[in-house]
Design a protein around this ligand. Structure first.
Ligand code: NAI
Ligand code: AKG
Length: 449
């Protein structure tokens, strides 16, 4: 007797657990996608026959390498570098690099796996990949970060190329690191290959709006979800977690769209400013000084800083979690809902635990999963690649308009897939089905590879 779609999916998950032991975050990301795919297999039995899901769950290539470097005192350090080239059905591998002490293969694989579907949702020709290292840039001098980046690229360069694999930033990797990485790539290859990295500086091949894009996109996505429910961000109280690249620009765009953003966080605590966060001070503390949020509170009299508890205790109508994975659990979600939260747009990758997502679902809150809500960053990276390929440079206004349209289209395609598969409003299901279908369709055309 033919197996049911649900039992095929269960079998695939068991196989993923067996083949990738002790990679919890990867298991979590796979589980979430698989939970949406049984109805797709029912309509497309060819994906079961051709083992399309099994192939998507297995990276095309995984690179792990030693990164030796010397600190300012002459001490030698050894870190571990990773690049997981997950899926190239739609284009060159595309996805950021994360430098954080917690990085190990399971985190890079969860991020790379998410990236496959996210990149497909943008509608642009980019495959999925992710990389990074267990290096902690915190407290390191510019010279140390530069030496680390040079050593990292000295191995990674052979795997990259504008038609092969195009990294960008993620946690701990911003324009400073992209600059050092690009410089080393150029030096080793003797090629000015602008399209090999995105998130570059504006004076040397970077695109306007890339810095702002992920946070702007997450705010646009919140706005799309609210608009689908007949309301808007105007006058809403918003809480954003994190205070890095994504968080800062989510604060900026949500404020521009009329919201009052009253709190954000970092790994040392959170600040609440009922008057609305002062973005100029926030950027000075975080982007210029690379300091702690406590110094925001020292400068802004209306703000209070807390080192205990969670930013999710702060009542709000819209939450934009933009720090890191699994930062918002079931209890946080229940508290947010009790406090009147009606929409959540994931600026970070997988910031809400499965329990939290379930709480939002049951409460009927609008929920934008990261692979849709934070896709504005990678989409704008693809626009940077377009500009590099045509040796062009677009205006801020033009690029932001493209980003806004892309976020609108992503919301629309997720909503449509959710509707088509009988779960209107379920954007998790819609994003997984829509992203998967685009990748599966291309893989089908390419044969068994
Ligand atoms: N940079 C980008 O374009 C994109 C980033 N993302 C995701 O957004 C999230 C944030 O990334 P970025 O802003 O680029 O990184 P970042 O390094 O600029 O900022 C990370 C922020 O999160 C905070 N943070 C990290 N771990 C934390 C913890 N355990 N508890 C509380 N706060 C913590 C840091 O203090 C910092 O404020 C990540 O999940 C990343 O994968 C997603 C799409 C694109
Ligand atoms: O811009 C990119 O290529 C990568 C962005 C990223 O890492 C992400 O979407 O999580």
């Amino acid at each position: 007797m033919a197996r049911s779609a649900a039992s095929i999916v269960e079998g695939i998950y068991e196989d993923v657990l067996r083949r990738n032991p002790a990679e919890e975050e990867f298991h979590q990301a796979v589980r979430e996608v698989l939970d949406s795919l049984a109805p797709v297999l029912e309509r497309h039995p060819e994906y079961a026959e051709l083992k399309t899901i099994e192939r998507i769950c297995e990276p095309e290539r995984q690179i792990i390498f030693r990164v030796p470097w010397t600190d300012d005192h002459g001490e030698v350090h050894i870190n571990r570098g990773f690049r997981v080239e997950f899926n190239s059905a739609l284009g060159p591998y595309k996805g950021g690099l994360r430098f954080h002490p917690s990085v190990y293969l399971g985190i890079v694989k969860f991020l790379g796996f998410e990236q496959i579907f996210k990149n497909a949702l943008t509608g642009l020709p980019i495959g999925g990949g992710k990389g990074g290292a267990d290096f902690d840039p915190k407290g390191r001098s510019d010279a140390e970060v530069m030496r680390f980046c040079q050593s990292f690229m000295t191995e990674l360069y052979r795997h990259l190329g504008e038609h092969t694999d195009v990294p960008a930033g993620d946690i701990g990797v911003g324009s400073r690191e992209i600059g050092y990485l690009f410089g080393q790539y150029k030096r080793i290859t003797n090629r000015y290959e602008s399209g090999v990295l995105t998130g570059k500086g504006l004076g040397w091949g970077g695109a306007r709006v890339r810095t702002e894009a992920t946070g702007y996109g997450a705010a646009f996505f919140a706005s799309e979800m609210l608009s689908a429910r007949g309301t808007s961000l105007e006058g809403r109280t918003v809480v954003v977690s994190g205070s890095g690249n994504v968080a800062l620009y989510a604060v900026e765009k949500a404020s521009q769209l009329g919201a009052r953003v009253i709190a954000c966080s970092d790994s040392g605590g959170f600040v609440v400013d009922e008057a609305g966060l002062d973005l100029e001070v926030l950027k000075q503390v975080k982007e210029v000084e690379r300091g702690r949020l406590s110094s925001y509170a020292e400068r802004v009299p209306s703000a209070r800083h807390s080192t205990t508890g969670s930013v999710w205790e702060v009542p709000c109508e819209v939450a934009i979690p933009s720090a890191t994975q699994n930062e918002l659990d079931g209890d946080d979600a229940a508290r947010l809902v009790r406090n009147g939260c009606i929409a959540v747009s994931e600026g970070a990758n997988m910031p809400c635990t499965p329990e939290a997502v379930e709480v939002f679902r049951e409460a009927g809150a609008a929920f934008g999963p990261g692979k849709a809500a934070n896709a504005g960053g990678v989409a704008t990276s693809a626009l940077e690649m377009q500009q590099n390929a045509s040796r062009d440079s677009w205006t801020f206004e033009h690029t932001e308009a493209r980003l806004q349209q892309i976020m609108h289209d992503i919301h629309a395609c997720c909503a449509q897939a959710a509707e088509e598969y009988g779960s209107p409003g379920d954007l998790v299901l819609g994003a997984n089905i829509s992203g998967f279908t685009r990748v599966a369709h291309a893989m089908h055309a390419h044969g068994i590879i």
